[in-house]
Write a protein of this length. Sequence first.
Length: 131
Amino acid sequence: DHLHACASVRSSVGSAKEALSDKLEYLIGFLGGEFHVEGAYPAWEYKEDSALRDLMVAEYEAMYGQKPAVEAIHAGLECGLFLDKYPALDMISFGPTIKHPHSPNEKVKISTVETFWKLLVAVLENIPEKD
């Protein structure tokens, strides 16, 4: 006689995330239900111009002789929380290969950890100093 549903509304575009949430709220209200939002992550929109990303790509290419995979994703990352407080912050998210994240079966591909550690060190060593 009832339905309880839980959804994680995510988007890399804040307005798209809000629009989807508004549609869900309308539909649930129309059907006589209740709608609640808990634990929402702010969006983390892709920046066309990112000096940090450019440096990371250049360092990766220099170290490994190939271009890294650079992808914009819709996940609710902590990056959105930081950007919400520091809008001018230039940031990226990167790391080793992880299978089944946030589950009891989460695993990291150990052979990919060193790759990203070395990349992080190289990038930190080559960040230009600001005046």
